[in-house]
Each structure stands twice: as C-alpha cells, then as structure tokens.
Design a protein around this ligand. Structure first.
Ligand code: THU
Length: 126
C-alpha cells in the first residue's frame, strides 16, 4: 500500500487545477497488482471538472481492468472524497480500503462502505 500511496502523491503533481488551485492525485490498485493513477482536471465551465478519483478509475476501466483492491488519494490537506466519487468508487470497486494522505504524508485509512453508508447501487435496480 506504500507504493500505491506514493503513486497517488506523484499523480497529484500532474493535476490541472487553475481555478481552485486544489490539486488531487488518486491511484487505484487492480486485482492483478497494476497501479493506475489520475489527477483532477478542471474546466473553465466549472461543473465539467473531473475529480482525480474518477479519472484514475475510468483510466483503469478503459485499460480493461474490472476488479480493484485499494484506492489512494493525495491532497494538500488530507481532504476526503467528494460525494460523486464515493458513489462511483462504490459502484466500480465495492467495499475496498481507501488511503487518504496529505502533503506531509499523514495517512487516514477508511473504506468505501464507511464513506457511503446506505449506498444506492445496482442491487436496487433488480
Ligand atoms: N476534487 C477531486 O479531485 N477529488 C475529490 O474527491 C474532491 C475534489 C477536485 C475537483 C476540483 O478540481 C478541486 O478538487 C476542488 O474541488
């Protein structure tokens, strides 16, 4: 998990965040041990911005990965995942460990179930 967290910290340096100045890196660990990263990418039409977590997951999905074992998120202040990303992480990963780190390397460990209690998901659609 140390490698995953360091990867997310490195991904943060690629963030394109000219409007908020809040840079985020995220890396996901796939079932086969591959690490795929992403960063936040902002738009002048603010709502089109995509968070680092979703960039990482959508990159991994588009490379053929379907099963995930962990997620690391790196921000300046250890800020948590937004609501939209919590839903997407739950949908694509189920209950996995999530490591949130700040610029000093402090690590908070949580899980996707803890971040989205009472989640809506595909089981409601059957
Ligand atoms: N952001 C993320 O990348 N992930 C989150 O979970 C929270 C927010 C980004 C979106 C935007 O570029 C900036 O942080 C400020 O909201």
């Amino acid at each position: 998990m140390k490698k995953l967290i360091e990867h997310a910290q490195e991904m943060r340096s690629f963030a394109l965040a000219p409007y908020s100045g809040y840079t985020v890196g995220a890396s996901v660990l796939t079932e086969d041990g591959t690490i795929v990263g992403g960063c936040n990418v902002e738009s002048s039409s603010y709502s089109l911005t995509c968070c680092a977590e979703r960039v990482a997951l959508f990159r991994a999905i588009s490379q053929g990965h379907r099963s995930f074992k962990g997620l690391a998120v790196a921000t300046e202040n250890g800020g948590s995942l937004c609501g939209a990303c919590r839903q997407v992480v739950w949908d694509l990963c189920g209950d996995i460990p999530i490591f949130i780190t700040d610029k000093n390397g402090k690590i908070d460990e949580t899980t996707s179930a803890e971040l989205l209690p009472g989640a809506f998901d595909q089981s409601m659609l059957k």
